[in-house]
Design a protein around this ligand. Structure first.
Ligand SMILES: [Zn+2]
Length: 280
C-alpha cells in the first residue's frame, strides 16, 4: 500500500498591537505558525525585517516602525517565510501624526553652512551613515527607560529655521537643564560618539535587531565608538552644542530605517515576549 502525502504550507496567524498607529509609531508584531518554521520576515515595501523566532519555531515576534513621513491610509505588510511557502497579509492603518509647525531662530551658520564647514558637514554625514550600516542583527535590548527624568515634546514637528530651511524634527526634545547626566535608554553598542556640526556632542547607540537611539547636543561625551553599554549607563551630559536654541536633550530613535518616536519604546513589555505578555 502506498501513502501519498501532500506537503501543506504552514498556516500563519498574525496580530499587530496596535493595528492603527500614527506616523512615527511603533507596533508589536506576533505571528504564530501551526508548524515549525526556520524563519519569518516582515516585508514592507523595500524593507525586509526578520522576526525573532522562539525555540519551538512556531512563535515569532518583532517590532514594526512607521516613519514620521509615512503615507497616511491603509498599509499592507506581508509576513513571509524565506522560501515564500508560508505567507500572510497583515493590514495596518496609518494615522496622521499630530505634528506642530515650529518657527525657530538659530545662528545663521546652521541655516547656510559656511564654505569652510562644508567638508566637515559632509564628513559627519558619511560617519553617521557608516554607523547605521554597522547595525548588528542580534537584539541587545529587553526593556527601555527615559534617558533623563524630564518630559519630551516636538516629535515630528515641521520646522522652519530663520524663515528658510524646512525640515522634520525626527526626535523628542527633553527639557533637561545643562549638565544633567544622560543615560542609555537600553542595552546597546556605541555606534558613534563625537562632536558633529549640527547635532553637537552626539552618541548613537545600536541596540541590535534594527534599532538605534541617538542623544544629541551633549556638552560632554563620556563613551567612545565600540563601547558596550548597559541600560542606564551614563553617556554624557546635557548641553547646548550644535543647532539649538538652548540646552536640552534631543532623543531620537530609528527602527529598521524608520524615524520613530522614542517614547513608544517606554510602553513595551519586557522582551522576548512569552505567554500572557504576547500582545504588547
Ligand atoms: Zn531636537
Amino acid at each position: 500500500m502506498s501513502v501519498s502525502s501532500v506537503l501543506l504550507a504552514a498556516v500563519l496567524t498574525a496580530t499587530a498591537a496596535p493595528k492603527a498607529l500614527p506616523q512615527g509609531g511603533v507596533a508589536g508584531i506576533r505571528v504564530v505558525s501551526d508548524a515549525p518554521l526556520t524563519g519569518l520576515v516582515l516585508v514592507d515595501g523595500e524593507r525586509r525585517i526578520p522576526l525573532e523566532r522562539d525555540p519551538s519555531g512556531r512563535s515569532f515576534s518583532g517590532l514594526f516602525g512607521l516613519d514620521l513621513d509615512a503615507k497616511v491610509g491603509t498599509r499592507e505588510v506581508i509576513v513571509e517565510s524565506p522560501d515564500g511557502a508560508a505567507r500572510l497579509a497583515l493590514p495596518l492603518k496609518v494615522l496622521r501624526g499630530a505634528f506642530r509647525i515650529q518657527k525657530l531662530s538659530v545662528d545663521p551658520k546652521y541655516v547656510e553652512v559656511p564654505p569652510g564647514e562644508q567638508e566637515r558637514v559632509k564628513a559627519d554625514g558619511a560617519r553617521v551613515n557608516a554607523a547605521y550600516r554597522s547595525a548588528e542583527a542580534a537584539r541587545r535590548w529587553s526593556s527601555f527607560a527615559r534617558p533623563v527624568a524630564f518630559e519630551g515634546g516636538n516629535f515630528g514637528a515641521r520646522r522652519v529655521y530663520n524663515g528658510k530651511t524646512q525640515s522634520f524634527h525626527a526626535g523628542l526634545d527633553m527639557s533637561a537643564p545643562k549638565g544633567t547626566p544622560v543615560a542609555a535608554a537600553a542595552d546597546g553598542r556605541v555606534a558613534l560618539a563625537g562632536d558633529l556640526y549640527f547635532s553637537g556632542g552626539t552618541v548613537l547607540l545600536d541596540h541590535g535587531g534594527g534599532l538605534f537611539t541617538s542623544y544629541m547636543h551633549l556638552s560632554r561625551v563620556d563613551v567612545k565608538d565600540g563601547d558596550i553599554v548597559a541600560k542606564g549607563a551614563i553617556l554624557g551630559l546635557v548641553g547646548a552644542t550644535g543647532r539649538v536654541t538652548g540646552p536640552h536633550l534631543h532623543w531620537a530613535a530609528k527602527l529598521n530605517g524608520a524615524r520613530v518616536n522614542p517614547e513608544a519604546f517606554l510602553l513595551l513589555p519586557v522582551w522576548p515576549l512569552s505567554g500572557a505578555d504576547a500582545t504588547p
